[in-house]
Design a protein around this ligand. Sequence first.
Ligand SMILES: NC(=O)c1ccc[n+]([C@@H]2O[C@H](COP(=O)([O-])OP(=O)(O)OC[C@H]3O[C@@H](n4cnc5c(N)ncnc54)[C@H](O)[C@@H]3O)[C@@H](O)[C@H]2O)c1
Length: 369
Amino acid sequence: MLYELSKLRILKFPIHRSIPFSSNALSPGTEIRPPFYVSKNLFSTTRQQQTVNRVLITGGLGQLGRGIASSLRSKLGDSNVFLSDIKDPDSETLKQGPFVRLDIIDKESIEKTVFENKIDGVIHLSAILSALGEKHPQKAIEVNIRGAENILDIAKNHNLRIFIPSSMGAFGPSTVKDSTPDLTIMRPNTLYGIAKVYMELMGEYYNQKNGLDFRSLRYPGIISGDTPPGGGTTDYAVDIFHAAIEKNQYTCFLKKDTYLAMMYVDDCISETIKFFLAPREQLSQCVYNVDAISFSPEELSNEIKKQWSPEFEISYKPDYRQKIADTWPRSMCDSKARSDWNFYPKLTSTSSLVSKMLSVIKRRNEYEK
Ligand SMILES: NC(=O)c1ccc[n+]([C@@H]2O[C@H](COP(=O)([O-])OP(=O)(O)OC[C@H]3O[C@@H](n4cnc5c(N)ncnc54)[C@H](O)[C@@H]3O)[C@@H](O)[C@H]2O)c1
């Protein structure tokens, strides 16, 4: 039986030929060997890479992946950043660099991609976000917990630098909500948050025990004008702009005074790349809080009224996402990220965020006409 190459679809930039996996002797007592690239320590796991040259991005077709890929490609070269997702890419994405169709549950295919393409760094973005995870708990466990286990194990076995975003959703109802510190009580009550805490602890464990170069940032809600959000609790802060421009009206799923920590996507991408490429000696911990702005739906809508139209109307119809938002920080303390590796978001006021979002969405709508 030959290993099925069709299971692994590499589009546009084909990888080298797959090595056939022969298991023809199936009589009792026969040892069946896995393909040689599976779960072997190919390098000393206590030695960390000083630089990264070839990076695999998982879950790369979501809100953040293409932006992170494009920024990283400008630094490492187009053909050195492999975007992957369980979904198929559009033709524009395919033109920009290599794409591999990968399911985060299919550990063998991921390991094969890593080995054959000499990958030395991973940015793991595959996830089921908070609100979606509460609707599809099994899926959230599978992707967010089993998926993280798979990728951490591969990173450990192949000595890869690995970045996995965590989230303010890793905190819970008993955590202090203002200026939440890096080290504090973490007892989240969503599957998303539980998976993030587990991922952070496993990454730190492998870092201490095996020398894995594990890095993670606890993102606040990320706001972007040209990529849609993927089912999180802060999605309102993107949807509201599209609704304002299209119909001058928005019904918000959070209460008007729900303050949450947020960041504009350009800051998220540039600071993530800075952190991912930073020399390890600059980092005194594996996981850092990062934050940029804090506002409520009411504050955001007042600013939209000022900058877009005084006729803009907002109404409030809180749903199950309100309960999630009530357990999350209103702001996070990120002083350690600022002092260790110079975290420095540029967009830090609600008015500059609104101005940026309106101009990006209007430009995009013009372009699509
Ligand atoms: N966007 C935010 O506001 C935000 C905030 C905090 C943390 N984060 C974290 O950042 C990371 C990326 O977030 P995002 O907003 O781009 O998410 P997203 O939901 O937009 O994208 C996730 C991607 O994962 C892919 N995926 C789902 N199941 C998969 C599977 N089985 N195998 C491979 N891929 C699969 C999806 O197809 C999707 O393209 C996640 O870890 C998320 O938890 C995001």
